[in-house]
Design a protein around this ligand. Sequence first.
Ligand code: PEP
Ligand code: MN
Length: 364
Amino acid sequence: MNFDSLQNWISNYERPFLVAGPCSAENEEQLHTIATQLATQKVDLFRAGIWKPRTRPGSFEGVGVKGIQWLGNIKRDFGFRVTCEVANAFHVETCLANGIDVLWIGARTSVNPFTVQEIAEAIRGTGIPVMIKNPVSPDINLWQGAIERIVTSGSEKVIAIHRGFSSFEKSKYRNQPMWEIPIELKRRIPAIPMICDPSHICGNRTGLQTVAQKAMDLNFDGLMIETHHEPDQALSDRQQQVTPSRLKELVDSLILRHATSDNELFNISLEELRELIDKQDSELIKLLKDRMDLIERIGEFKRENNITILQPERWNEIVTSRTDWASEIDLSAEFILRVFQQVHQESIRKQMEVFELKEENGKM
Ligand code: PEP
Ligand code: MN
C-alpha cells in the first residue's frame, strides 16, 4: 500500500521527541505532581494510561473514565499535549470527547486486527495522531498491518513505537529489542516516524540509558519513557519508572548524532568505503552461487545413489568447523552459525528441488 499521505509531524520538534509521564494515572494529585516536575524540562507529550491492559487479573487495571478529566486538567494547567492508551472504540470516543491530543495503541492491542480495525473506524475523519506500539509477538507484518489499518482510515499522523517483543526465554530484557524488526519496518515505510520505548524493553531502570542511546544511534525520532515522582510506590510498572530528574539526566547525557553530514571529505571517504563493500558483496553473492551449483551436483549424485538429502553428522561437522574457523579469525561464531543455518536451509531446498524434478522427469 501507498504511504504518501504520512506526515512526519514530529520532525518539527527538537530530537528526541520526548513522551514522558507515568505508566498509569493513579489519582489527580499524582498526575499533578509529576506534571509539575516535568514542566521545567523538555517534554513534548505527557502520557498516562487510564485503562491498563494487565497480563493477569487482580492487579491495578487503571482508574478508567474518571482519569480522562485529570488528563484534561494537566493539559489546561501545564500546556502539555496529552496522550492516553486506547484499546477499543469506547476508549477512542472518550478520548476524542475530552480533548486528548494523541492516542496510542498498546502492544496487546496491535496484535489483534479486529480491535485495530474497530479503533480505525472510530478515529475515521478525526485527524487525531495515533502512535502504534509493536505487537507483543515479533511479527513485523502484524505491526505493518496495524499501521496500514490506521493510515487507511485517513490518519496522516501515525507514529510507530518500538517497545520490544515478548519471549519465553529469560534475558536481561523484559521484552527483547530485536532491533532488526523496527529497522525493517523503517525500510518498508520510510516515511513513518519511529520512537523507542526503553521502559517496556528493559523492565528496569538500569538499562534505560543504553537502550535509549542505541535508539538515537539508529536514528529513531524520539523516546517514550515512563516517569513517576515516586517510582517505588507506583501502582504499575514500578521497577522501570524513573523520576523526572533522572529522566532529565538521561536525556541530557544522550549523544545525538546526525543522519548525514555536509563535510565533503567525510562524504568522499564514506563513498569509497561503500564502493569497497559493494564489490565484496558482489563477490560474496558469486561465491554463494558457486556453492549452490556444487550443491546441485551433490543433489544429483545423492539421488542417483539413493542417498538421503540430510546427513546429520555432516551438518554437525559443518557447524563445528565453520564456527571454529570464524573464532580463529575473530569473527563471531554465533553470527557465522546463523549465516550457515540459512545457507544450509537453502541447500536442502535446492536438493529437494533436484530430487523432485528428476522424479517428475522420470515419470514422463
Ligand atoms: C504502557 O505503555 O504502559 C503499556 C501498557 O505498554 P505496552 O503496550 O508496550 O505493554
Ligand atoms: Mn507501563
